[in-house]
Design a protein around this ligand. Structure first.
Ligand SMILES: [Zn+2]
Length: 337
């Protein structure tokens, strides 16, 4: 039994999968001959099919759907029994805007790519960070729109590609989650993301409240604490138990050669600011920055703890950029006296 007449339409703007409590769903828009309507689908395994029908501008017939009055409008509901079949239509596919608003990102599950229009409200200086693949440029921005604001990290060739005060369309940036907070990242495959200049918003924008807390400090390293080096599983990055030349991962039960493990290193520096000797901070150095410290000291990862500590204390004057909330060092350089 079908309660409603079949809908013949084009599908547009299939959203990333969203979560409300434990319910997963995604949204889309349908374009019928006479109007454009919103839709929701709780059968998330249908997302790929709908998305490819949308991308290919394929005309379809929707059979066995239901309607939802939840938002005071009649949204089309596709569930697992709904049938979507190809059809022919006597009207053309029209381009609709498919830009996600910043506020609606709160419902988008992490890991997905979205298209966002944003005004660059704040831009941090570009830094070079050392990743496994080598040094890469990284720049943090805060973007806002009339609905909200969010942090955006621009990597590699996307760093230095926008300026403060300008408005851009960020076509395909990844939604990430860290410390319960969402932010956006340009994807690893840089070509996937297109950033283009667009007209400014005409509506008033949501002010950015929680701007990045990166601080720069030049000072003397008074002490080193908590030097810790450990090996991680080459598959899952969890701690391993070492027996001779072999390492065993308790997490994924994999045994591997010790030299296949990734070496993770951390330490804390106690630094006194040169221009304000009363200001002493404890900052944490992690893997990528740790490698940079070893490089500055002309040391290898295999160096002993004593060698590492001695050489770090010999650096004396350094310039560090660190996050004032987490005290995590983002970048460090030796200052030659
Ligand atoms: Zn493992």
């Amino acid at each position: 039994m079908n309660k409603f007449t079949d809908i013949t339409c084009y599908i547009h703007n299939v959203s990333p999968i969203k979560k409300s409590g434990t319910t997963k769903y995604f949204n889309y828009v349908i374009q019928t001959k006479s109007d454009v309507r919103n839709g929701v689908c709780f059968a998330v395994d249908k997302r790929e099919t709908l998305d490819s029908l949308a991308q290919q501008h394929s005309p379809v017939k929707i059979h066995k759907y239901s309607l939802s009055n939840k938002f005071g409008r009649k949204d089309i509901v596709i569930n697992k029994n709904t049938l979507i079949t190809p059809t022919t239509l006597d009207f053309k596919y029209q381009d609709l805007d498919d830009v996600t608003s910043i506020a609606s990102l709160s419902q988008v599950t992490a890991g997905q790519l979205v298209k966002i229009k944003g005004h660059v409200a704040h831009l941090s200086p570009t830094r070079t960070v050392l990743l496994d693949a080598g040094p890469v440029k990284k720049q943090e921005a805060f973007i806002n729109d009339p609905s909200g604001y969010i942090k955006l990290v621009l990597w590699g060739s996307h760093a230095d590609s926008v300026s403060e005060g300008s408005t851009h369309l960020f076509d395909k940036v990844r939604v990430k989650l860290a410390h319960q907070e969402k932010y956006l990242n340009t994807p690893k495959n840089e070509d996937e993301c297109k950033i283009s200049s667009v007209a400014n918003f005409t509506e008033s924008l949501q002010p950015v409240e929680n701007i990045s807390t990166v601080k720069d400090l030049t000072g003397k390293i008074l002490g080193v604490t908590n030097l810790n080096k450990y090996h991680c599983c080459c598959s899952c990055n969890k701690n391993v138990t070492i027996k001779g030349n072999l390492a065993f991962c308790n997490n994924c039960s994999m045994t591997m050669k010790l030299n296949c493990c990734k070496l993770q290193c951390t330490l804390k520096l106690y630094i006194q600011e040169t221009s304000n000797p009363h200001n002493r901070v404890r900052v944490s150095v992690y893997n990528d920055v740790f490698s940079k410290v070893l490089g500055i000291c002309n040391l290898l990862a295999a160096s002993t703890d004593e060698e590492i500590i001695e050489n770090i204390l010999d650096l004396e004057l350094v310039k560090v950029s660190y996050d004032a909330q987490s005290n995590k060092v983002i970048d460090i350089d030796q200052v030659k006296i």
